[in-house]
Design a protein around this ligand. Sequence first.
Ligand code: FAD
Length: 244
Amino acid sequence: MTPDAPAPPRDEWQLEVVEAFDLTPRLRRVVFTAAHLDELHYRPGQALVLRMPLPEGGTGRRDYTIRSLDPAAQGLAIDFVQHGEAPASTWARRARAGDTLSAAGPRGRTVLAAQADWHLFCADETGLPAVAHLLETMSPGAPAFAWLEIDGVRDRLVLSTQAALTLEWVQRDGQRPGPSSLLLDCLARFTLPPGRGQAYLVGETSNVRALRHHLVARGFERGQIASEGYWRPGRIGGHDHVDD
Ligand SMILES: Cc1cc2nc3c(=O)[nH]c(=O)nc-3n(C[C@H](O)[C@H](O)[C@H](O)COP(=O)(O)OP(=O)(O)OC[C@H]3O[C@@H](n4cnc5c(N)ncnc54)[C@H](O)[C@@H]3O)c2cc1C
C-alpha cells in the first residue's frame, strides 16, 4: 500500500449485546453495539458472518442479516430464528447485555434492484429480516409482492414500507420448517404483472431452488433473480448459492 492509499474498509467488528427480546415466538432480536459502527457501510439485505461459540469449543461461522443499523446510536440489530438447540439459535436465546461476539462483513448479494418495474419476495423466517429491511428502503408506490412463510399467526410481523405491497403470510400451521411446496404453490397461482420484475428468493435451499426454477420456466432471466439458500436440514452454518 502506498502512503497515500485510503485505508481498506473496516471488516471486523467486536459486537457487544445491549439488549435481547422476542419479536415473535420464533424470532428473537439482539441489539448490539460496537466501536466504529459508523464505518459499517452495507446495503440492506446484506449479512455479517458471526463467529459463534460452539459447545465443543472454538467458534463456527454463521451468517446473519443486518436487520437495522443506527450509526448515531451505535446500534445494530439482528433477528435470530429460534429453531431449537443449535449454536446460534441457543446463543440468541441466552444472550444478555454485555455478551460479546466477533463478526466480519458485510457480505452478500441479496440487495435491491431499484430499477425493476416490480419486485417479488419469497422467504421463510430466516429471510424475513432481509425482506423486512429491503421493503423499508423501497421507493414510495413501487409495486411489491411478498409471500412470507411462518409457523402461525403469532409469528406475523408489522412490516414498514412505502412500497405498494401485496403481502400474504403463508402459515405452516405446525408443519416442520424445511422442504415443502407452500411458497411454490402461492407463486404458481400468481399472475406476473407487465414490465420487468425482480425476484428475491431466500430461505431453505431446496425451496429456493424450486422457486427459482419455476420463475425461469415462466421467462425470468438470471439477472432478474437473487436466490440464496440460507439453511437446509443437516447443513451446519454456511450458505448455498442457488444459481442453477
Ligand atoms: C446470507 C445469510 C443471511 C442469513 N440471515 C439470517 C437471519 O437474519 N436470521 C436467521 O435466523 N437466520 C439467518 N440465516 C440462516 C442461518 O445462518 C442458519 O439458519 C444457520 O444455520 C443457523 O445456525 P445455528 O448455529 O442455529 O444452526 P447450525 O449449527 O447451522 O445447524 C444445526 C441444525 O439446525 C438446522 N437449522 C439451521 N437453521 C434452521 C432453521 N432456520 N430452521 C430449522 N432448522 C435449522 C440445520 O440444518 C442443522 O441440522 C442466514 C443465512 C445466510 C446464508
